[in-house]
Design a protein around this ligand. Sequence first.
Ligand code: HEM
Length: 462
Amino acid sequence: NCRRPKNFPPGPLNLPLIGSWYDIPARGVETKIPGWRKRYGNIIGLKIGFRYLVIVCGNEDIVAGLKHPNFQSRLHTSTLTDRSFRKVLGIFFGDGDQWSEVKRFTLRFLGQVSNNRLEVVMQEEMSDWFKAVTSGQVHEINSKFLDFSIKSVINVFIGKNGESHYEEVDKIRELTYRAFKNGRITGIEIVHPQMKFFFSSEQKVAAVTYTQKFFRRVIAERRKTFNPNNIVDFIDAFLLEQQKEKAESPNSNYYSDEELQSVLLDLVQAASESSANTAGFVMMYVAMNPQVQDKLHQELDRVVGRERFPTLDDRPNLPYVDAVLSETMRINPVSGIGAGHIATKDTDFANYRLPQGTLLFFGHQDTLNDPTIFNEPKQFRPERFLKKEEIKIKMTNFGLGKRACIGEILAKNSLYLFIAYLFQKYSLSFPKGYEHPDTTPEYGFINSPKPYKLILTERPLK
Ligand code: HEM
């Protein structure tokens, strides 16, 4: 049916069978949004095959859409449930009571990861990382170089045991990077799984299968040594909850092994690439803006000096470090259109009517680079985040409401530590001939910087 439902938002023409699929890039849909928005307004109506799709733009509408009670569900096609034993499990694509129970449990666990524990993990990972850096030499900045991110995530969730598996963790990083790079967030195979045989990438399947197998083994090993009186990490906490559930509510099955594997897969995939790619963009933009780097160095020298590691307690006194992180996430957000939400009922929204089953995405990158909101948005200017009056909108790049990212605080804390450690110790510069890296991201499930070259030069101890 090519006709739009009554009062559906305007958008490109729908053709028989394929809808407006011909005009929707499977990767980098962000690049089309400014043009569509000019033509059709804040709410853009599209169709992939038989599935209606809406992109919500404009900060007010994004906030309203993210919080709308009818838009708190996810798509459950087999392309997605293949990640979780063909069931609706895990947090990212989970739903209903199961999702809300396990999300609450995971948030509670994250709330208990003390600042002290995170600092120790980050100090260990960054110290190892620094060993791999040769001062004054050219380094290629790519997923492998930024592997401190997945290692610290693994360390937070599966404890020190993670270290004995670093070869496998490296393989998971490589497979996840490739899967996300090839990931087609608005690909037709996501909404019409019949098409996955033509479009699904081998890397995506390999990343899921390998990671699940890894966690299955780690969980089985842990079960042998599990001590309910010594809960150290996420797996311990989950196994304890599993025991309690079996004893107290034998009819419920929220804490199954399949759920644990699915949640761990979500956490590793959601956390490691997003933080690593944000770190890659931080290094790129700071090296491109020497005056920003000078200010970072001056602030760190003044507040921390060069002999001890910066801590989370230093954070109130290091506002420029935070401003650099916020400005990086504004200018090149790694999740440019967020994750798809589903309308669970026919819903009136922003003067339109969205049919049940409509898939919604949100124009985060568009808003964060809108010249009517941010003065000179293409300029990397962390100072704007030091002046509250310059930030006129609610930041939404971690989502909002029930479906919001569970890792926002963890991500911001660990990226703050990353920036503080890195610039306390090093100066960054481009090798001759590589001074102007391409800042356009490589689009995928999570956007990443295109690989580029940098020299890291150790700063002398003062
Ligand atoms: C720079 C880092 C990160 C960014 C920009 C980011 C961004 C996002 C966004 C935009 C969403 C979708 C929200 C929505 O549906 O509207 C999301 C969801 C999610 N994120 Fe993150 N994230 C980051 C780091 C992390 C970390 C470190 C973790 C794990 C500890 C994590 C775990 C998740 C999970 C599990 C969800 C699904 C939540 C749900 O569906 O209920 N993320 N994230």
